[in-house]
Design a protein around this ligand. Structure first.
Ligand code: URA
Length: 430
């Protein structure tokens, strides 16, 4: 296989055979194909695309670049393309586990504006996301659910390729995104895969059409590989829930898991967990929804979360104490009376990042206690001077003043109560 000839062909819009794709990815993973040729191939794929067969081959080649897990119990996982305040996995995974499916969930650390699920979980003192695959499998079996970071043994091709795509302007390509997301999820071995593809100002996919295209490709790819799959495209124009940060998001997720907090994201969590349970157990969706609602109220979902935290070394008592630690806080007030209209998710995430809740480069330290906690949601009535949000940082008070003004621009205060928005904007077949 001569890499240069494949590059010429893809640049001209031709197709690559299964063997050529396998050879290219294997050569790149083993260091025989240099980064510059892989980067050129990624750019050619970005510009010329790949058909369904080529995308499936790319996904399989990346999946087979490392270890693949197998399970002898019913398994399901949910993947999100990521959003602002997206603590949904912290709720959905234990909730699904409480309904009798096992949930192996390999997740990411955040790069960009907000922390990833792993960063949020590691704000719980002692909780470790860096598990060996053997330990990960043991936690899934004993606690019913594990959330840990992907090790180097899973899809090493994706790790290398994603780092290149990140710096060569080649992230935005449906075949490359499908190959990246799906290869990891297939390698993790779950029998059922449910995808949350977000769309809007705070999402990776800005338009609904792009999000639907990605969701469809993920579902088709998973099914072509023998998995049960479904996807929802969900709105990501406003933050999900009230907390955007790390420890504050975990606290919010715990309150929801204990059935103590009702927010518009709760029915969305129920919908995702119900899809996982219905597909994996062959149950009617309505029945699965009912079971999920019951398990949020009766403590069963929280018990799964607590079992996972304990199995991964975390202490929820120490977490509760951590939330009481002194931090610098500033409460933002409504500049006029009216109703809360839009709350710009991107601006809220930017402020949370500037306060220290995200990392600019791999290895940067996150401030667990930094972030934004909204006091209001869309449609709430506010009086002039009433609280809109609290921002916090454990680093320096100067950060608060600088960010308060910017956060204010995220809120629109309108005179008429805005219509409630549906969070689910599209759904795949089941
Ligand atoms: N998330 C991934 O894991 N890979 C992509 O390519 C894009 C988002």
């Amino acid at each position: 296989m001569i890499a240069k000839l494949l590059l010429d062909r893809k640049r001209e819009g031709g197709t690559l055979s299964t063997e050529e794709i396998e050879g290219f990815i294997a050569g790149f993973t083993q260091g025989e194909i240099p980064d510059y040729q892989m980067a050129a191939m990624a750019m050619a794929i970005c510009c010329r695309g790949m058909d369904v067969r080529e995308t499936a081959d790319l996904t399989r080649a990346m999946q087979n670049s490392g270890r693949t897990l197998e399970w002898d119990v019913p398994t399901a996982d949910k993947h999100s393309t990521g959003g602002v305040g997206d603590k949904l996995s912290l709720i959905i995974q234990p909730l699904a586990a409480s309904c009798g499916v096992f949930v192996p969930s390999l997740t990411g650390r955040g790069l960009g504006l907000t922390g990833g699920t792993a960063d949020k979980l590691e704000s719980i003192p002692g909780y470790s996301c860096s598990l060996s695959l053997e330990k990960f499998q043991a936690v899934v079996k004993s606690a019913g659910v594990s959330m840990a970071v992907q090790t180097d043994e899973i899809t090493p091709a994706d790790k290398k390729l994603y780092a290149l795509r990140d710096v060569t302007g080649t992230v935005a390509s449906i075949p490359l995104i499908v190959g990246s997301i799906l290869s990891k999820k297939l390698a993790e071995g779950s029998d059922t895969l449910v995808f949350d593809v977000k769309t809007g100002i705070g999402a990776f996919m800005k338009t609904e059409a792009e999000a639907v295209e990605l969701a469809t490709a993920l579902v088709n790819g998973a099914r072509a590989n023998g998995r049960k799959a479904a996807a929802l495209v969900t709105d990501m124009n406003e933050p999900l829930g009230r907390a955007v940060g790390n420890a504050n998001e975990v606290a919010e997720a715990i309150a929801i898991l204990k059935g103590e907090l009702e927010l518009p994201i709760v029915p969305l969590c129920v919908e995702f967990a119900a899809l996982m349970v219905a597909l994996e157990k062959g149950m009617a969706l309505d029945e699965a929804r009912e079971l999920c609602r019951t398990n949020l109220k009766n403590g069963a979902a929280y018990a799964k979360f607590a079992a996972m935290v304990e199995a991964q070394g975390g202490s929820l008592e120490a977490f509760a104490q951590k939330l009481e630690e002194p931090v610098f806080r500033f409460t933002l007030q409504a500049p006029k009376s009216g109703y809360v209209g839009n709350i710009d998710a991107h601006l809220v995430a930017k402020v949370a990042f500037q306060l220290g809740a995200g990392r600019a480069q791999a290895g940067d330290r996150i401030d667990d206690l930094a972030g934004v906690t909204l006091a209001v949601g869309r449609g709430d009535k506010v009086a002039m001077g009433s609280p809109l949000a609290t921002i916090s940082s454990s680093r320096t008070p100067d950060l608060l003043e600088r960010n308060a003004g910017e956060l204010l621009a995220a809120f629109s205060i309108v005179s008429e109560k805005p219509e409630a928005k549906e969070l689910i904007v599209w759904r795949s077949s089941m």
